[in-house]
Write a protein that binds this ligand. Structure first.
Ligand SMILES: Nc1nc2c(c(=O)[nH]1)N[C@H]1C(S)=C(S)[C@@H](COP(=O)(O)OP(=O)(O)OC[C@H]3O[C@@H](n4cnc5c(=O)[nH]c(N)nc54)[C@H](O)[C@@H]3O)O[C@H]1N2
Ligand SMILES: Nc1nc2c(c(=O)[nH]1)N[C@H]1C(S)=C(S)[C@@H](COP(=O)(O)OP(=O)(O)OC[C@H]3O[C@@H](n4cnc5c(=O)[nH]c(N)nc54)[C@H](O)[C@@H]3O)O[C@H]1N2
Ligand SMILES: [Mo]
Length: 761
């Protein structure tokens, strides 16, 4: 323990090296190795018999929703079970035999645990009962559920204003838990509801709402079978949404073409060997990408402008390239958009994008002749200063081609967490929604707060400045996921109380407030007293999820129960809402959701089986709520990135062996990295120019606004990446992302464009 009773917590853990082995990147994704690796993970964590039983229920009707990504399930799932290697790893993590129990916390202090790597922390297992870390104490100790809720209630009551509390949500919570949580925050009196979307697809939400009138994508899974062209921009589905490869494979089988835009040639977008097909196991698999545009980091806007200019050139030459009927009937702003586009110089755009002119022509050729176009994207577009513009530029292209609101075409922001979209739909947001507030008032008879709350970045700043004092997290690992790790850790440690509703131990439990509580909850795979919950996938379909396994401990409570008990402890019976009943009766929660929100009628019945779609105006090409009743063209400027000669632009990505801050293992098989995470990918010419060697040890240093931030100990890996660009894994590099640097309008930290210097040690 340090001076003044402050705990001496490491925010990075051990940064020494393991045993790095480098091989050539894989030429294909999945195939037999995927099956093998998946089964190894399951067997190691939770035994083979239990694994097979679990997997057979995953993503099936009557089964549970995979706790991995939000990619939708087909209506007719495979008899083998509908899952991928990384879904299996997610299950293995949750069903592990390891336990974080009384003995564990007696043995290890929080200071000692903080010196472990994230990998070691995560592997310590499932939390078995509620624990408290008291002011000045070094070890967590058990606490009863009642006492834990009482402690939270007391802290909340001592606040000067409800806005001194922050209620964070990660995207694994069910609709039922999230609805209750949002209801409680508002009844308590604040809109301080930052959520993981703020760091994820917020830029998509903002851009799509402003241009198409809905913050979600417009396509459904079947659209991939009809699409003539799918563009995959800034996304690595082979690792992060492996089941999407099956959809791309179907698209190709029907004659569709795939254009990939990425600084890296990701294996998953090259050749795909579907492990659920004989040809995938024995044969060569399917070549997915037809045209690969190796764009420089954050140069997608110049590239898209170049593509649109070249399409326009063909249009002017007499070809029918644009959909003029659609443009005239359904859109606003076309003339000024074209006028703006005219002013850019093609050679400049080409140079800035870093892409080969020949490849651009190939892409233009594919796009010119086809109109059923889907654009898919993820973090490669959203996590930049101009993240919102990146997406608006994609929308511009789709509008020119009339590729919205018809079969086989549309927007496809590929969501991250399995229920991140559902949490938003049922009310987790820091913005004020007037219709929602009015409906809540009518249904529950209280006045929801009408002022904006704090998003992730601003919640951290408020905690740092002492303006927010209680932090509650429904899932997630806030300190490791958010930007500027040292600053964020300090912000949390300045709180009077931090509360984590969690399945497994993580670093946020260690960067604790003066008092900290860990409330252990059920995972997706686990039985919840015969009840089911509901979730919404990336394409807006709501369906049931029901766990089947015996819970990791008989002391675990469900998220809705925990949220309701916190509310009850705070209100002490003086509320217009019957919290205890809502916490136990999920049907009642669903009835309330139906009364308060549109699109959930006959909720429980319709969510059975493959579920039901929520209303989606863009899918219907209905833009009546937008200015002029039309979809909007947007004028987007070029990205404002200017590197000095010794500077690089760093993107922070996921390895093949992690789910966000949960580290499954130390390999990134597709990129040829084994046994180590502290690596940074660099163009061989940049290495040569600086006289640096492969596997040389360097620090990455950000000097944003004259303030130094340093990530120590990385090994340089020569890699096929554009010059002056770098790539390393998150969360090890979050320490470099300045808290004050985030996307315009969406406030998403710029995790994909961090200006750094590379310093050999
Ligand atoms: N197994 C597994 N599945 C996951 C997750 C996980 O951690 N593990 N995380 C889940 C979550 S929450 C999310 S949000 C998604 C994330 O899914 P992705 O967005 O696919 O995840 P990232 O690893 O961040 O990959 C970003 C991709 O964008 C590229 N990229 C980076 N910068 C740029 C750029 O400026 N332009 C372009 N065109 N490309 C760029 C990178 O090279 C990389 O291929 O996955 C979800 N699914
Ligand atoms: N540098 C950098 N930073 C990033 C990103 C990036 O690309 N680069 N990506 C960002 C993105 S896209 C996202 S979404 C965020 C993710 O941010 P978070 O959602 O906050 O982080 P996760 O790592 O997904 O959270 C993992 C923890 O969730 C808990 N957990 C798991 N399952 C459950 C459950 O069923 N219930 C409950 N209550 N808890 C559970 C476990 O305790 C586990 O330790 O990170 C962001 N941070
Ligand atoms: Mo995400």
């Amino acid at each position: 323990m340090g001076k003044e009773g402050k705990r001496n917590i490491s925010v990075t853990g051990d940064i020494s090296f393991n045993e790095l082995k480098v091989s050539e990147p894989r030429p294909y994704a999945a195939g037999v190795p995927a099956v093998k690796v998946a089964l190894e993970h399951m067997n190691k964590e939770s035994g083979l018999f239990r694994s097979i039983k679990t997997l057979s229920r995953m993503n099936q009707k009557q089964g549970f929703d995979c706790p991995g990504c939000a990619w939708p399930d087909p209506d007719k799932p495979s008899k083998l079970g509908e899952y991928c290697e990384n879904g299996v790893k997610a299950i293995a993590e949750e069903t592990t035999f390891e336990r974080v129990d009384r003995e564990f916390f007696q043995k290890y202090s929080v200071e000692e645990l903080s010196t472990w790597t994230d990998y070691q922390i995560g592997k310590s297992g499932r939390i078995t009962e509620p624990f408290i870390l008291k002011p000045g104490e070094t070890h967590y100790e058990p606490i009863s559920w009642d006492k834990a809720f009482e402690t939270i209630g007391e802290h909340l009551k001592t606040l000067q204003s409800p806005d001194e509390a922050v209620f964070y949500t990660s995207g694994r919570s069910s609709n039922e838990a999230a609805f209750l949580y949002g209801l409680f925050a508002r009844a308590f009196g604040t809109n301080n509801m930052p959520d993981c979307s703020n760091m994820c697809h917020e830029s998509s939400g903002v851009a799509l709402s402003e241009t198409l009138g809905i913050g979600k994508g417009s396509v459904v899974l079947e659209d991939f079978e009809e699409a003539e062209v799918v563009m995959v921009i800034g996304q690595n589905p082979g690792t992060n949404h492996p089941r999407m490869l099956t959809a791309l494979q179907k698209c190709k089988a029907n004659g569709g073409k795939i254009i990939t835009v990425n600084p890296l040639s990701e294996s998953g977008l090259n050749r795909f060997k579907n492990p659920q097909q004989l040809n995938g196991i024995l044969g060569k698999g399917t070549q997915l990408t037809d045209v690969f545009l190796q764009v420089k980091i954050n140069q997608d806007v110049p590239l898209l402008k170049l593509i649109m200019k070249r399409l326009y050139k063909r249009e002017k030459a007499g070809e029918k390239v644009f959909d003029h009927d659609f443009i005239a009937e359904k859109t606003l702003g076309f003339p000024s958009f074209m006028e703006d586009l005219e002013q850019y110089d093609e050679a400049d755009l080409l140079h800035q994008s870093g892409v080969n002119a020949f490849d651009v022509d190939l892409a233009v050729e594919l796009l010119a002749k086809r109109s059923k176009i889907i654009i898919c994207w993820a973090m490669g577009l959203t996590q930049h200063k101009n993240g919102v513009d990146n997406i608006k530029e994609c929308v511009n292209l789709l509008l020119l081609k009339g590729s919205i609101g018809k079969k086989g075409a549309g927007t496809c922001p590929v969501r991250g967490h399995s229920n991140v979209q559902g949490d938003r739909s049922v009310g987790i947001m820091h913005h004020v929604s007037k219709p929602l507030n009015e409906a809540l008032k009518k249904e529950f008879d209280f006045d929801p707060p009408m002022h904006e709350g704090l998003d992730t970045v601003h919640a951290i700043q408020a905690m740092y400045e002492g303006k927010a004092k209680v932090f509650v997290a429904l899932g997630g690992n806030f300190v490791s996921a958010a930007s500027d790790t040292v600053y964020t850790a300090e912000a949390l440690q300045r709180c009077n109380l931090t509360v984590s509703v969690s399945t497994k131990l993580n670093r946020t439990h260690l960067t604790a407030g003066q008092t900290a509580l860990i409330l252990p909850t059920l995972g997706r795979t686990e039985q919840d007293g015969g009840r089911f919950v509901t979730v919404e996938n990336s394409m807006g379909k709501v369906h049931q999820s029901k766990g089947r396994l015996k819970p990791a401990s008989d002391q675990l409570r469900s998220e809705p129960e925990i949220v309701a008990a916190i509310a009850d402890a705070y209100f002490g019976g003086e509320s217009t809402i019957d919290w205890n009943r809502l916490g136990s009766d999920y049907d009642l929660v669903r009835e309330k959701i139906t009364s308060v929100l549109k699109g959930y009628q006959d909720y429980a019945n319709r969510s059975e089986g493959s579920g039901f779609y929520l209303p989606n105006n863009a899918r219907e090409a209905d833009f009546s709520k937008l200015p002029g009743g039309r979809a909007q063209f947007s004028i987007c400027g070029l990205p404002d990135i200017h590197l000095k000669p010794d500077e690089f632009l760093l993107m922070t990505v996921r390895s093949h062996d992690q789910f966000n801050t949960t580290i499954y293992g130390l390999n990134d098989r597709y990129r040829g990295i084994h046994g180590e995470r502290r690596v940074v990918f660099m163009n061989p010419k940049d290495m040569e120019k600086n006289g640096w060697q492969a596997e040389q040890i360097v620090d990455l240093v950000s000097r944003y606004n004259g303030q130094e931030r340093r990530a120590q100990n990385f090994k340089l890996i020569p890699y096929n990446i554009p010059s002056s660009n770098l790539c390393a894994y998150f969360p090890e590099t979050n320490i470099l992302v300045p808290i004050g640097l985030y996307a315009d309008k969406s406030q998403t930290p710029v995790s994909k464009s961090i200006v750094v210097a590379v310093e050999p040690v």
